[in-house]
Design a protein around this ligand. Sequence first.
Ligand SMILES: CC(C)(COP(=O)(O)O)[C@@H](O)C(=O)NCCC(=O)N[C@@H](CSSC[C@H](N)C(=O)O)C(=O)O
Length: 354
Amino acid sequence: PVPRPSPPSSPVLSKVHTSAPDTKAAIDRSIPEFPAATPIDEDNYFRLHKSPPYLSQISSDVADFLNFHNKRHRKVALVTSGGTTVPLENNTVRFIDNFSAGTRGASSAEYFLENGYAVIFLHREFSLLPYSRHYSHTGNSFLDYLKLSDDGSKVEIDDKYQKEMFQVYKKYNKATKNNLLLMVPFTTVHQYLFTLKLVAQEMSVMGYDALFYLAAAVSDFFLPSSRIPQHKIQSKEIGSKLVVDLEPVPKFLRRLVDSWAPIAMIVSFKLETDNTILISKARGALKRYNHQLVIGNLLQTRKKKVVFVTPAGERWIELTPDQIKDNVDIESIIVPEIIKLHSQWISSRQRMGL
Ligand SMILES: CC(C)(COP(=O)(O)O)[C@@H](O)C(=O)NCCC(=O)N[C@@H](CSSC[C@H](N)C(=O)O)C(=O)O
């Protein structure tokens, strides 16, 4: 028997960082102008833009991770989380950001792990992470959870946090010790699209055991390499106003469903702020991309209710006042529902002999 590779002792962090501007991939005037969003030109985006320099590192981390879980017939969820940025200069001083704290993705990743899935967490670098989200970005410093020992000789966890932190740490420890969580960062929409395409294509080895859960807040417009200034835009040069001429981001969801991951189950999120258009926009996305589920949510109420939109119709999931009072994560209800749908998806494909 092939000796089992011993799992890494810490969450496999692709040893890459994405938040520093990649000034080397500077202006490339040789890249022709092209409208990025027409279906025919979508792949031009990938053909004509340079992929992030660290992608081969991520590719081997993902391949090892998938190989490890494929051998164990474990389902794998690709959870995307956080907002993508659109840099306005190559030496990025200004960028357009998409709102997302990363709660939806980080919390959902925990519930996928708790339900036996392995998770590739494709996340905005420095946004909320599974498990540590309970103690970061909370307005407190992590030092607020610590105290000095009675004899003052060392630091330890403050007693009032022991019980809850013990539960969180046990789950974190199980995920990391068993190589169940692979953390893959992005910052720009460019990095996100190249990495999503790479991971999606590698996940085809998982067949129907692959699930895509697209909670990242993805930019709809970007500044093509052919037009991005190299250095910080000088206000005196542009006079009183800055005019930014953006292109639509390639409709990657169409590429994901049609070509990168044609047999996996794909769940996307539709974010709106106007309740009167939420369901129609979610239905529109489902019809346009022909994937399995769109979860609609309003920015204002995203932590309390969401709507599942499938070809069969729509169904709201809403926390009760008691659940809100008890700080129940809505993802603790969403994720098991999705897992049920994933099992049904797999059996239906197997019944059809696909
Ligand atoms: C971002 C939130 C609201 C979570 O918030 P935090 O917990 O604070 O992180 C998430 O639930 C969500 O709606 N994510 C999806 C947001 C999004 O950008 N959705 C896109 C669909 S994916 S981008 C798809 C692209 N436009 C295309 O058509 O291919 C959209 O609404 O249009």
